[in-house]
Design a protein around this ligand. Structure first.
Ligand SMILES: Cc1cc2nc3c(=O)[nH]c(=O)nc-3n(C[C@H](O)[C@H](O)[C@H](O)COP(=O)(O)OP(=O)(O)OC[C@H]3O[C@@H](n4cnc5c(N)ncnc54)[C@H](O)[C@@H]3O)c2cc1C
Length: 317
């Protein structure tokens, strides 16, 4: 849906707005089209009013984190994209409520910076996020993590702004975090209270370094990718099998469609070659995803599902 008169949505709000805003530079893939409207609110109140107006007018509203798990269609996306990169959404309150064991982290805060700062202060608990590019909101939405743990393990409570503009708090007892998913209702993660434990800063830093080194040795971290493209599928006996292994067994490493190729280092990483002769297109990547799914289905009789979030016009936000 194209926003008919976009300025009426935000002109009286404390936000900055860009019409027809290219999104490629906001994602790790670095490809895709524009958002009809990109809005950066400067207060939770402005964001709440914007959400209410979008709902009232039937305009889709999407929230962009650090773009590390996001693929934007070549045709871009309709409606409003919100980016929480102003100061008030990047805050971290250590010793929240006077407790060293709780910190309040806002939705747009960088997890990479938070991991470093916690290690520096000798606060243990979120080291498993080392090397995972994310905002706090994106990390919680995806329950980002890996073999050393996931963000959900440290969550004490999450405050979500609903599309009705109301804030609701969900406690750890109400939340269920699973493999790259949770039961968190739709809405925008405003902030979360995370549990940490005082520890020796040197020991924290060592754990962060070890986890980062492990990731670096197993994944092409600097490629234009979104990490793992596919979810590890569940087998009949309930165990998960590595999607990367299935792709490797189907001899797909190195396979290319236009600018998109399967990493030689890790079968589940699809990357974009920006130096390819033709322009880098999301359609190439989607073509490669379809090819991989078809081949793995034919060879292993397993249907792969994407982990990466796709944004397209006309699809629910
Ligand atoms: C090199 C590389 C390595 C990676 N390794 C890992 C890994 O080891 N483990 C892992 O789990 N992931 C990994 N990823 C994927 C990615 O880091 C995670 O999925 C991360 O959580 C994405 O966060 P983001 O802020 O970038 O979210 P985005 O990609 O911007 O958005 C992802 C989803 O979260 C939603 N979202 C974003 N912010 C909010 C908010 N405030 N409120 C509500 N919803 C929100 C978006 O609308 C979208 O649906 C990797 C990615 C890269 C590029």
């Amino acid at each position: 849906m194209i926003v008919a008169s976009p300025s009426s949505l935000y002109s009286d709000l404390d936000v900055s707005a860009q019409v027809d805003a290219p999104l490629a530079a906001h994602t790790w893939f670095g490809i895709g089209g524009s958002a009809d409207l990109l809005i950066r609110p400067r207060s939770p109140e402005a964001l709440a009013t914007l959400a209410r107006r979008c709902r009232r007018d039937g305009i889709p509203l999407r929230v962009l984190g650090s773009g590390a798990n996001l693929l934007v269609d070549d045709e871009g996306v309709d409606g409003v994209v919100v980016k929480l990169d102003t100061e008030c959404f990047q805050r971290v309150d250590f010793n929240a409520e006077g407790l060293v064991e709780r910190m309040r982290v806002f939705g747009g805060a960088s997890m990479e910076k938070l991991v470093q700062e916690c290690a520096r202060r000798g606060l243990a608990g979120i080291e498993p996020m080392s090397g995972i590019p994310a905002s706090l909101g994106g990390a919680i939405r995806m329950n980002a993590g890996g073999r050393f743990g996931a963000i959900g393990d440290a969550v004490d409570a999450v405050t979500v702004l609903g599309m009705d503009g109301e804030q609701r708090v969900y406690t750890a007892a109400e939340l269920r975090f699973g493999y790259r998913e949770s039961n968190l209702p739709e809405g925008i993660v405003l902030w979360a209270s995370l549990r940490v434990a005082p520890d020796d800063p040197m020991a924290c830093r060592e754990r962060v370094k070890e986890i980062f080194a492990y990731k670096k040795s197993t994944q092409p971290m600097s490629a234009n990718s979104a990490g793992c493209m596919f979810r590890n599928p569940v087998m009949g006996d309930g165990t998960r099998v590595s999607a990367g292994k299935l792709i490797d067994q189907a001899r797909l490493k190195g396979t290319r469609v236009g600018c998109a190729f399967v990493s030689q280092e890790h079968g589940n990483f699809i990357a974009i070659d920006r130096k390819a002769d033709a322009p880098a297109r999301t359609d190439d990547l989607r073509g490669l995803v379809d090819l991989i799914k078809a081949r793995v289905l034919a060879e292993a009789n397993i249907e792969l599902q994407t982990e990466v979030v796709f944004w397209r016009r006309g699809e629910p936000a």
